[in-house]
Design a protein. Structure first.
Length: 378
């Protein structure tokens, strides 16, 4: 007869933390942000949450972080996403300014991003070059090309007299791209959900399904867990490693669309600076292991939200000047990730101690070596 195990709240919380720690992290950071706002004499409301949802660190960095998550799950890394986004956004603006076509503009962003990602993938997977070195090199190349192009192309085409690419407001599609989609939102009472946030969430859901429900998604995890075993099982390791960079490039294209529509311009000298690091931070805050093979792509949503919330917390403290903000931002990130990584170790130590302290009952009919004792004579 099966015995029903008693419900243990502590074990349930432990299981939730182990599988979804990124949700707890975001909730705690959001509470801290609310307390910080209230401490400055203001009232925390739905507008602050809407601002987090539409933040560049959520929708732009978050879009790139989805691809970065797949790259990291395979045990690799991509340092070129920030520069790639700048170059792709520049191409996106140029195509719009030359054609005025919204579909062609979107297509140009996706194709350019995918092409840049494919370059990374081919060099890493087929030329057998280290992903860190490859993407470090392309990071420099992509931004340099964007700087070169913005200074070479006439302002009538770049859309701005200064050194930036901007959407031409005289084109017929400008109102929809910039004013409606880029800065518009759906109103739910007092709460507003930006269209760019909806796009980010839809893309995230799509890739969560791909990662969890498709053969390709399982191959990504298999390569990250043990590439040799995955190869013996019939997985094309090279193809998977190359493809995650191409997919990341595609998502860089999505981020470039959001950048172009939301901000309206991109400045090669400053835009997207450190976005590659921010995307990695969002991935790690989302509970994805840097060693590869483990993690939930859904965690990227909460990782991006958590990172954006950290930035808002730092900015909302008046005493912290602009020069010191990055220091506190880094300290908060290290502390949060320390809690996430130390949690499992502490839990495992308590589990071992609990198992050690429990002495299993020994039956009278069983000797220490496990052999049955002969029954006593009646």
């Amino acid at each position: 007869m099966e015995t029903k195990q008693a419900f243990r709240p502590l074990d349930a919380v432990s299981s939730l933390w182990r599988n979804h720690s990124y949700i707890f992290v975001f909730i705690v950071l959001l509470i801290i942000y609310a307390i910080t706002i209230e401490a400055t004499g203001k009232t925390f409301n739905t507008g602050h949450i809407s601002a987090i949802l539409s933040s560049q660190n959520t929708v732009i960095v978050g879009s790139m972080a989805i691809g970065q998550a797949l790259v990291i799950i395979t045990g690799q890394i991509d340092l070129s996403v920030g520069s790639g986004m700048v170059l792709t956004a520049g191409v996106t603006s140029l195509v719009f300014n030359l054609t005025g076509s919204v579909p062609l503009t979107i297509l140009a962003a996706l194709v350019t991003g995918a092409l840049l990602g494919t370059i990374n993938g081919v060099l890493v997977a087929y030329a057998k070059m280290p992903p860190f070195i490859v993407t470090l090199g392309t990071m420099l190349i992509f931004r340099s090309l964007a700087l070169w192009a913005v200074r070479l192309i006439p302002p009538s085409i770049t859309g701005s007299p200064s050194s930036q690419f901007a959407l031409d407001s005289n084109k017929p599609g400008y109102n929809w791209l910039r004013m409606q989609f880029g800065t518009g939102s759906i109103k739910l009472g007092t709460f507003a959900i930006p269209y760019v946030s909806i796009l980010f969430i839809v893309v995230l859901i799509l890739f969560v399904l791909i990662a969890t429900r498709t053969k390709y998604g399982k191959s990504v995890y298999a390569v990250g867990s043990n590439a040799k075993a995955a190869g013996l099982a019939g997985v094309s390791v090279q193809r998977v490693k190359a493809s995650v960079f191409m997919v990341t490039g595609l998502l860089v294209g999505v981020a470039a669309i959001i950048q172009t529509c939301k901000v309206g311009n991109v400045t090669p000298a400053t835009s997207g600076m450190s976005f590659e690091m921010y995307s990695i931070a969002a991935v790690v805050l989302g509970g994805i292991a840097m060693a590869g093979g483990r993690g939930n792509v859904l965690g990227v949503l909460f990782g991006a939200l958590s990172y954006a919330t950290v930035v808002f917390i730092i900015v909302s403290i008046p005493a912290l000047g602009a020069d010191i903000q990055n220091t506190f931002q880094g300290l908060v990130l290290i502390l949060v990730i320390l809690v996430q990584t130390a949690g499992p170790s502490i839990r495992e130590r308590f589990r071992r101690r609990r198992v050690t302290n429990v002495t299993p009952p020994v039956s009278e009919d069983v000797q220490p070596d496990g052999w049955l004792v002969a029954e006593k004579e009646q």
